[in-house]
Design a protein around this ligand. Structure first.
Ligand code: NAD
Length: 463
């Protein structure tokens, strides 16, 4: 069994977590369930490590580059863990490894801003950025490594130390990452513990961390915000999305639809920032539904290890049951199945790539985040009405507009990132975050780095 990493050492715990392979539906591995005493040890190690780690930014940059190399060298083992625990097809699993390396390299090269507000004969006033101290990082199951590194890389450069907990559904790759980090970084700089949601709650409530960085569901984020608020801990919350896509009247359907659907069903539709509902003008509606259905029907669904697989299973049984229920409910409510329609018989959590037409706005598959390969196509006659409907949910992660005469529609979408003729293009140098229930704060870019710092004014009198 893979072990937790606390203070640079491999730490065992009772194998409290069962890891189900979503391609078979069977328990195929186990992982430790962190005890309260072990969590205390992890936070104590992080606090002790912080004293040295924060003192030398050049040493931090070098260590981050060494870590990028070590992760790359362990790429095959990390990707195999991901395939087992998430069901991702091999290329998608493998792609999380270079994401980790890239994020470390980009942040290792980033300057920590230091602004000079006044510099004259009488006074020097600067704004420096200090580490916050110990950070608790909590991650979901859809991109266990990539989303962890979105937190680890900026937190490390800023001089913080970390206790990281992955989702109980996907502990394996993160435990292996913890072992690699334990070998490359000074002891205690990053500690990895595993456990259920109760361990997540214990991280958020622990008195040591000064910041909680959380990626997960809206419900989890609200819980973390309430817990953190009671202790005035800082938070960054990256939560669910229900991204609207608007095709304009002059959109090129044949060119746009494969791009939109390829993004919408990336990772079996299980990513926060993907197209999740599509608004199409009357004049293009039938052509667009047909095009979406044709692309969806051609997608090869299969086990993660097969070379021909384009889409793997849903990653967890609860997610499989939820997507099944949302699709069935929409169909029972009058939606027309243009492609797919439901789960695939047999073992594992496989689901047909599904396109639903004529879906009611009030259907849960429109109002909520489906997080799966089922896409509702909605009709509009008036662009202002389409924008209002796109903005009508409590989500606000991303959105996109497709066409040439976009008439500033993109900037009327209420969301953290609005795309034009693309979607979900996420980069380490570009801030990413949600409005409304999709989140608080941002990750990535300089803004994401500053979120792991405390501004400190240094005011020097020269008189
Ligand atoms: P989840 O909230 O159930 O769990 C996420 C993590 O939080 C897990 O490690 C879990 O153990 C822990 N956790 C659960 N309840 C907690 C609590 N009350 N206090 C502290 N920790 C708690 O989410 P999930 O199902 O693993 O992830 C899917 C969700 O994540 C989707 O809604 C998706 O949109 C969202 N997501 C958002 C982003 C983003 O950047 N905005 C990226 C990926 C996923």
């Amino acid at each position: 069994m893979l072990t937790m990493t606390i203070n640079g050492a491999s730490v065992e715990s009772p194998p409290g977590l069962e890891v189900v392979n979503p391609a078979t539906g069977q328990v195929e591995a186990h992982a430790p369930a962190c005890t309260p005493a072990q969590l205390d040890d992890a936070f104590a190690a992080a606090a002790a490590a912080g004293r040295g780690w924060r003192s030398d930014v050049d040493a931090r940059r070098k260590a981050m580059l060494r870590l990028a190399e070590a992760i790359t060298a362990a790429g095959d083992a990390l990707a195999a863990d991901l395939m087992l625990e998430t069901g991702k097809p091999a290329p998608i699993a493998a792609s999380e490894v270079p994401v980790c390396a890239t994020w470390l390299q980009v942040y290792a090269d980033m300057e920590i801003p230091r602004a000079v507000l006044q510099d004259d004969a009488s006074t020097l006033i600067e704004v420096a950025h200090r580490p916050l101290g110990v950070v608790a990082a909590i991650t979901p199951w859809n991109f266990p490594l990539g989303l962890a590194m979105w937190k680890i890389a900026p937190a490390l450069l800023a001089g913080n130390t970390i206790v990281l907990k992955p989702s109980p559904f996907t502990p394996l790759a993160t435990l292996r990452l913890g072992q690699i980090m334990g070998e490359v970084l000074p002891p205690g700089v990053v500690n990895v513990v595993t456990g259920g949601d109760d361990v997540g709650r214990a991280l958020a409530a622990h008195p040591t961390p000064r910041k909680i960085t959380f990626t997960g569901s809206v419900a989890g984020g609200k819980s973390v915000a309430a817990t953190a608020g009671a202790d005035l801990k800082r938070v960054t919350l990256e939560l669910g999305g229900n991204d609207a896509v608007i095709l304009m009247g002059d959109a090129d359907v044949a060119a746009s639809v494969p791009k939109i659907l390829g993004t919408a069903f990336f990772n079996t539709g299980q990513a926060c920032a993907l197209p999740k509902r599509i608004y199409v003008p009357d004049a293009l509606y039938d052509e667009a539904v047909e095009a979406f259905a044709a692309v969806a029907a051609a997608i090869e669904v299969g086990p993660p290890g097969s070379a021909t697989t384009q889409m793997g299973p849903l990653s967890t049984r609860p997610q499989y049951e939820r997507v099944t229920a949302l699709a069935a409910e929409a169909i029972a409510g009058g939606a027309r199945i243009a492609a797919g329609g439901g789960p695939i018989d047999g073992p594992g959590f496989f689901f047909q790539p599904t396109i639903l037409a004529d879906v009611a706005d009030a259907a849960r598959i429109v109002e909520e985040e489906q997080f799966g390969p089922v896409l509702p196509i909605l009709r509009y006659s008036d662009i202002d009405d389409a924008v209002d409907r796109a903005n009508s949910t409590m989500f606000g992660l991303c959105g996109s507009v497709w066409g040439t005469d976009i008439d500033a529609v993109a900037e009327r979408l209420e969301c953290g990132t609005t795309f034009v003729n693309t979607h979900a293009a996420l980069l380490p140098t570009v801030p990413f975050g949600g409005s409304k229930w999709s989140g608080v704060g941002v990750e990535n870019g300089v803004d994401g780095l500053l979120a792991f710092t405390q501004p400190q004014v240094v005011h020097t009198s020269r008189a």
